[in-house]
Ligand binder design. Sequence first.
Ligand code: ZN
Length: 161
Amino acid sequence: MLAQRYRVWPGRQARHNGHVPAPSPQLDPAIADRLKRDAAGLFPAVAQQYDTGEVLMVGWMDDEALRRTLTTGRATYWSRSRREYWVKGDTSGNLQLVRSVSLDCDGDTVLVQVDQVGPACHTGSRSCFDGRRLPVTVIDPPRARDARRADAAEPARGAQP
Ligand SMILES: [Zn+2]
């Protein structure tokens, strides 16, 4: 029973069982090697609601924020303004419970799929992007017939030297 709970909240285990935490844990080097950081050692993290696909917010992480996000069950960011780690929901109660984390193809952005409790945005909107649309020019996708024709032409193009 307890073990079950500890599996969900691994961060709590260290505090509750009285053991001294391992000295300065580090992000798995195999993961760290794949990361591309900006000059400040940071990379953007996109938070997405895991079941609806909703894009919730974008924050910044460093290696340690990513390590905490991967191991504590809670999305953790680096606040560039306060210059400190920020566990989403610690002050607001609007937790982000981590469901999965992916690196993008270039290794310079992280996608954090979460179960967002309450609004993700500090303004109180569910997502940071809600109600903030900009005007865009919209074009229709190619008609299905044109798409099929393009597909059919693909092998022929590929066959030419
Ligand atoms: Zn926001």
